[in-house]
Design a protein around this ligand. Structure first.
Ligand code: FE
Length: 160
C-alpha cells in the first residue's frame, strides 16, 4: 500500500513538473514592460501579434524569402531566436525553422482553434512568436517552428 501511495505521489510530482514546463506564459521574463509601454514601442501589427498572440496573413512576410546567413531576433526585445541555417521552405507562407537557438524560447499551449497547439514565446520578453508542429523535415529534427515574420527582425551575418 505504502508503495502504491509513493508511486502516486511521484506521478503527481512528475505531472506537475511537465505542466509547469508547458505553460510559461506567466513566468517572470527578463524583459518586463507594461502593456502601454509595449503599445508605444511596437507598431500596431507587432503589438497585435507579439502581445495579443495574433497571426499574420500567410505569404505576407518579406522574411519568407531570406536565405542569406544571419540571425532572426525578437522584434520586441532583440533576443536572438533563429538562424538562417535552420530555416526551410515549409510551403505554408510563414517563416519556418526546424529548431531555435538553444534556450531562446519559452513554451505555452493554446486551444484557440479547438485543439491543443504548442505556442512558442520569446524566452526573454514572453512575446508570442508562433507555434511548433511535428511535421518538420524528417532528415533533421522533424519539428516545424511556424513563426510570424512580424515577430522577427533579420540581422544579416557581418561579412569578415
Ligand atoms: Fe522578446
Amino acid at each position: 500500500m505504502k508503495q502504491i501511495s509513493l508511486a502516486l505521489v511521484l506521478i503527481f510530482l512528475v505531472s506537475c513538473k511537465s505542466e509547469a514546463q508547458k505553460d510559461e506564459k506567466s513566468k517572470e521574463y527578463k524583459v518586463q514592460k507594461s502593456e502601454s509601454e509595449w503599445k508605444a514601442e511596437l507598431s500596431d501589427e507587432e503589438y497585435r501579434i507579439l502581445r495579443k498572440a495574433g497571426t499574420e496573413s500567410p505569404y505576407s512576410s518579406p522574411l519568407n524569402d531570406v536565405k542569406e546567413p544571419g540571425v532572426f531576433v525578437c522584434a520586441a526585445c532583440g533576443n536572438e531566436l533563429y538562424e538562417t541555417k535552420h530555416k526551410f521552405d515549409s510551403g505554408t507562407g510563414w517563416p519556418s525553422f526546424d529548431r531555435a537557438i538553444e534556450n531562446s524560447l519559452a513554451f505555452s499551449s493554446d486551444r484557440k482553434l479547438g485543439y491543443e497547439r504548442s505556442e512558442l514565446l520569446c524566452g526573454d520578453c514572453g512575446g508570442h512568436l508562433g507555434h511548433i508542429f511535428d511535421d518538420g523535415p524528417k532528415e533533421t529534427t522533424g519539428k516545424r517552428h511556424c513563426i510570424n515574420g512580424v515577430a522577427l527582425k533579420f540581422k544579416p551575418k557581418e561579412k569578415s
